[in-house]
Design a protein around this ligand. Structure first.
Ligand code: OGA
Ligand code: NI
Length: 360
């Protein structure tokens, strides 16, 4: 064994992330990242070749005379896909470009600069990490990430990385714009569920809710058929707004197949999270998704995760439950999630399954 291979074979090295492995010129995927055969993305299977064009929601039309038509499309998308592509969202191109550009530059920083933020505390306002849950994962994923908690401001900002120099400015502008977009989407979603604005106080709760930006980096992988960038999971939270670059990788589980989401420049991929599934009492479902890696391209994505505040409890909307449609989910808060994540496998839909009152 060469000194390099020997060094890389140590568990401690894997904790430092895959960007570093790739930069060290790794030629084979280490055993730590090799999935059991049944969990591997099978490039040759028929289903892996399917691409899907997500239902498109035109945000500008939500403000026009066709609002009802768009609300019907929104309901259709949330019920049948759990995902949609959001176009004409009105966030200035430069806000988006600064964010994706800054994300790229963060991952290009020397490892010593990124390492400072490798903290194991799940509640930390900033956390650099690798894999899915690097404390628990038996098999590691081919992904590094930076999580930025966006509120309460300005308190959290003093914890955010100092470099790249424009990280705070770009991150704050992006967080602000996506939060406003999220809130206008929530209004539309409530309406699509037949809930009037003020009912349940959910809108207020979400206005004062939490937002986390996750910058994901998927370096090229020498043997992409043996591993994944992210394991199948659903998102904790109400909605996720995802910015993906032009490199394919995101797949959603749709009608029993894994299908690849075609990148649409200038738009967001939006998906239903576990909180919305609970709130809608199961009418809208969070959908499993995963990320594949490839051998030639870096892929960068930025997910904006929107949830209730860390101290709030989510429950099915009182408007949506009655004797013939009883509540299907337990009250759920962030502590129950943290407890679950610490002790159990939080991939697949394991967490939300654990919150169900009845199993079908
Ligand atoms: C996530 C996620 C998808 C992607 O961050 O939860 O699913 O394409 N990301 O990076
Ligand atoms: Ni996700």
């Amino acid at each position: 064994m060469s000194p390099m291979r020997h060094e890389l074979s140590h568990e401690a090295e894997y904790q430092k992330g895959v960007k570093r492995l790739y930069e060290n010129g790794i030629k084979h995927v280490p055993r730590k990242y090799i999935l059991p055969e049944t969990d591997r993305p099978n490039e040759n299977s028929r289903s892996a070749k399917l691409n899907v064009k997500l239902p498109e929601i035109d945000c500008a039309q939500l403000k026009g005379p066709n609002r009802d038509g768009v609300l019907a499309s929104l309901a259709y998308a949330c019920e049948n896909y759990g995902f949609f592509q959001l176009t004409n969202h009105g966030i200035p191109e430069e806000v988006i470009n600064h964010m994706s550009d800054m994300s790229k530059r963060f991952f290009e920083l020397p490892f010593a600069d990124r390492e400072k933020y490798m903290l194991s505390d799940m509640r930390s306002p900033v956390r650099y990490g690798t894999s899915f849950n690097q404390i628990n994962d038996d098999v590691f994923c081919w992904r590094d990430f930076l999580k930025l908690v966006c509120d309460p401001q300005p308190d959290v900002l003093s914890h955010w990385p100092r470099s790249p120099i424009d990280l705070k400015e770009s991150g704050v502008a992006y967080a602000k714009a996506t939060k406003l977009l999220f809130l206008s989407l929530v209004q539309a979603i409530l309406e699509s569920l037949g809930i009037r604005g003020g009912d349940d106080g959910i809108l207020k709760e979400l206005e004062n809710g939490s937002q986390i930006l996750v910058m994901n980096c998927y370096p090229p992988c020498p043997e992409p058929e043996l591993t994944v960038g992210m394991l199948p999971h659903s998102d904790y939270g109400f909605l996720t707004l995802l910015l993906q670059d032009e490199i394919r990788g995101l797949q959603i589980h749709h009608q029993d197949h894994w299908v690849t989401v075609e990148p649409v420049p200038g738009s967001f991929v939006v998906n239903v999270g576990d909180h919305l599934e609970i709130f809608s009492n199961g009418r809208y479902k969070s959908v499993l998704h995963r990320v594949l890696v490839n051998s030639s391209n870096y892929r960068i994505s930025v997910a904006s995760l929107h949830s209730l505040s860390f101290t709030s409890t989510i429950q099915p909307s009182s408007t949506l439950i009655d004797e013939s449609n009883p509540r299907r989910y337990k009250d759920t808060d962030f502590s129950s999630f943290l407890e679950f994540v610490k002790s159990r496998d939080s991939t697949k839909k394991n967490f939300i399954e654990s919150r169900k009152l009845y199993r079908k």
